[in-house]
Design a protein around this ligand. Sequence first.
Ligand code: CP
Ligand code: NVA
Length: 301
Amino acid sequence: MNTKHFLTLKDLTSDELKQLLSRATELKEMRNRGEVYEPLANKVMAMIFEKSSTRTRVSFEAGMAQLGGHAMFLSSRDTQLGRGEPVEDSARVISSMVDVVMIRTYSHEIVETFAQHSRVPVINALTDDYHPCQLLADMQTFVEHRGDIKGKTAAWIGDGNNMCQSYMNAAAILDFHLNIACPKGFEPKAELLEEYKDRITLTHSPKEAVKGAHLVTTDVWASMGQEDEQETRLKRFEGFQVTPELMDLADKDALFMHCLPAHRGEEVSEEMMEDPRSVVFDEAENRLHAQKALLEFLLVN
Ligand code: CP
Ligand code: NVA
């Protein structure tokens, strides 16, 4: 089917992504001025959640309403998906009744299979491998505070997880360098390290990674679905906490980001969250504006 989907950042060209980021800022300004803009009147979005969420649910649901449309929350606990109805069948049924589908789930293959059988756009709202919607907000936030990220350096500190892998995509599309510092055994997937080898520097030293960086970012050490590993990971990630002292080694204008929710005292210190270099709450708010721009891109243009 020839439908546009957003499963990873690679579904956008560099021009499309830049345009979307500047549109996100425009939509933010329109909302701040109190302008009503409802291009999605009568449009419905199904939101399938197989994992918990605060930001993603609130931003998509509020965003759809602000654009004049409607969003429907579907948890796997209450739908037949949770009782084993095949993804293929669910995709055909759900996409016959709505205009766009958002999915947060475990295996990335689930969103790919859903998209293959969907007649409407499918948005990845986090899988075990990628979290592209968060990168829209992160990149919008960087541009709003510091301008173009092209040629700059970002530092990823911690787990080589879904967020890290989406940062790898972003580095290639927006032309910045990514230093990744993770404990041994917690690197991103080998095939991605190979694909992006010219874009990234992999190290096991947070200090080395933040040196000269313009953006420092991290995420929880145990992602959703890894709750059983929490204790072991706490030990393995010792020394990987982002603190003001670590930030002092970065560029003097460096920003700190975290997709949230944060575990203060683990991957980030209490002081770092509240430090003037931290833009984590702008970043969270931008989920709303960036995803409204995404919905407009997928459904209106
Ligand atoms: N950052 C993020 O996706 O947050 P939620 O899990 O609250 O949606
Ligand atoms: N890496 C985290 C991100 C949460 C928004 C997780 O997958 O749980």
